[in-house]
Design a binder for this molecule. Structure first.
Ligand SMILES: [Zn+2]
Length: 399
C-alpha cells in the first residue's frame, strides 16, 4: 500500500530517481512543498506569461500540478495581465533559418524611457544581446561600431549582419568596420520591410521585459537572462542552449549536465598546465641572477597597482639580503628586492614606458612625463600621450 501523499507520483514512478540526495523526475528536480512558493516566484520573475513560465519550469523543476500552479499565479498577476500580447494583426513571414548559431544576426536601435538601446538578435538561436547607448553618444555611428566590436570580441564575428538603412549603419565608418572585421552587412530593403520582422519582434519582447521588470522592481538583467534561458517552445531548447551548447546557471535550481566527452582529458591537461606553471614559478623565484654595479635594469613600480617596470641602473648591493640600491632615471635612489628588479634595457636617458601601448610620439622627452619627482609613477598622466596630447577618458558603456 503506497502512503497517500505519494500516490499522485505513482503515474511518474518510472521517471523518478535520486541523485545527490535530490529526488529527480528525469532532468527536473522534484521540489518539496515548503519550497514551492519560492520557486513559483522565481519562475514567474520575468512576468513572461503562462506558457513561457511553464516552459521555463519544465527545464529544471517539477511537482505534481506545477503547470496549474503557474497558470493560477500568472492569471492573478496584474503585471502579466496588463502586458498580455495584443491579437496578431498580420500573418508572420518566416525568415530563412541559418545552419547554425551566430551566423546571421540582426541589429537595430530602439528608444525606451528616454534611453537609446542597441539590440542584437541571432536568427538561429534567437539569443538577444542588449547594450545601452550612452547619453551624448547616441548619434555617433562610432558608438555602434564600438559596441558591436565589444560583442563580436566575445561571441565571434557573424557571417552576416542585417540592419536597416538608418544613419548608424549606413556610414563610411560602418563600411570600414565590416570590411576590416570581415562580415557581410546587409541592409534590408525598404521594399521588403518584413525582413525586419525578426528584429522588430525581438525589440517588442525586450521592451516588454524591461517595462515589466521596472514595474515589478525586478532586476532588468535577471529578467533578460530569463528570456535567454526559457525554451523557445516545447520541442526546442532555450536560446542560451542553442548558442552556447550548454545550460547556463540561473536563480532556479537546475541540474547542469557536463556531458563533454573529453572532459577528463581536459581536466588532466589543466592539471598538467598548473603543475608546469608552479614549477616555472618556483624555479624563477630562487634562481634570479645577481646584478652588478652600473647594470641597466627595470624596476617594478610598487606605488601603484599596475606594477609597471621602469628603467633604472644598479648602484650597489644593499646590506639587506637579496636587495640592491638602484637609481631611477630621474635620479631617485631606492632600495629594492631582487624580485622587483629585472635585467634588461640599455644605458639611456630618455624616459620610456615599457608597458605603454601608445604609439611612439615625436617628442619622447616631453616634460609632461618627466616631471615625476618621487618614485617613478607612470600613471600620473594616464590621459596624456607622450606628445602631450590629451586623450579623453573612455566612456563607461555599462548597461
Ligand atoms: Zn506576472
Amino acid at each position: 500500500m503506497i502512503p497517500k501523499p505519494l500516490r499522485k507520483y505513482w503515474a511518474y514512478r518510472d521517471e523518478l530517481s535520486i541523485e545527490n540526495g535530490l529526488i529527480m523526475k528525469g532532468q527536473r528536480i522534484v521540489i518539496p512543498k515548503v519550497e514551492r512558493q519560492n520557486i513559483l516566484n522565481t519562475v514567474h520573475e520575468a512576468h513572461q506569461g503562462i506558457i513561457k513560465s511553464q516552459l521555463r519550469a519544465k527545464t529544471c523543476v517539477f511537482w505534481h500540478n506545477i503547470n496549474d500552479d503557474i497558470e493560477e499565479m500568472t492569471r492573478s498577476c496584474d503585471i502579466c495581465q496588463s502586458y498580455g500580447k495584443s491579437q496578431p494583426s498580420e500573418p508572420m513571414k518566416p525568415h530563412v533559418l541559418p545552419n547554425g548559431p551566430w551566423q546571421t544576426i540582426a541589429a537595430d536601435i530602439f528608444f525606451l524611457d528616454d534611453e537609446k538601446y542597441l539590440l542584437i538578435a541571432d536568427y538561429y538561436s534567437k539569443y538577444t544581446i542588449l547594450r545601452k547607448i550612452p547619453k551624448g553618444h547616441s548619434n555617433s555611428c562610432n558608438t555602434i561600431v564600438y559596441l558591436l566590436k565589444n560583442i563580436f570580441a566575445e561571441q565571434g564575428i557573424p557571417e552576416t549582419l542585417i540592419s536597416d538603412n538608418g544613419p548608424h549603419f549606413n556610414s563610411e565608418t560602418f563600411r570600414n568596420f565590416s570590411n576590416d572585421w570581415n562580415f557581410t552587412h546587409t541592409t534590408s530593403s525598404l521594399r521588403y520591410p518584413q525582413s525586419n520582422g525578426f528584429i522588430e519582434r525581438n525589440i517588442q519582447t525586450v521592451k516588454r521585459t524591461i517595462k515589466k521588470a521596472k514595474q515589478s522592481n525586478t532586476d532588468i538583467q535577471k529578467a533578460l537572462m530569463i528570456l535567454r534561458v526559457t525554451p523557445i517552445d516545447h520541442h526546442l531548447p532555450s536560446p542560451a542552449e542553442l548558442l552556447y551548447g550548454r545550460k547556463i546557471r540561473t536563480t532556479l535550481p537546475t541540474k547542469i549536465n557536463n556531458n563533454a566527452t573529453d572532459k577528463d582529458e581536459i581536466r588532466q591537461r589543466f592539471d598538467a598546465r598548473q603543475d608546469q606553471q608552479r614549477q616555472h614559478y618556483d624555479k624563477n623565484t630562487h634562481k634570479l641572477a645577481p646584478l652588478h654595479n652600473g647594470q641597466p635594469i627595470y624596476i617594478q613600480n610598487q606605488s601603484n597597482t599596475k606594477k609597471q617596470w621602469v628603467p633604472g641602473t644598479v648602484q650597489s648591493k644593499s646590506t639587506e639580503p637579496r636587495s640592491y640600491i638602484v637609481q631611477t632615471e630621474n635620479g631617485q635612489t631606492l632600495r629594492r628586492n631582487r624580485r622587483q628588479l629585472k635585467e634588461g634595457g640599455k644605458k639611456r636617458v630618455t624616459f620610456e614606458l615599457e608597458a605603454s601601448t601608445e604609439a611612439p610620439g615625436k617628442e619622447q622627452n616631453s616634460p609632461l612625463i618627466k616631471q615625476t619627482t618621487n618614485e617613478p609613477n607612470v600613471t600620473t598622466q594616464p590621459y596624456r600621450t607622450r606628445s602631450g596630447r590629451a586623450v579623453n577618458k573612455p566612456t563607461k558603456l555599462d548597461l
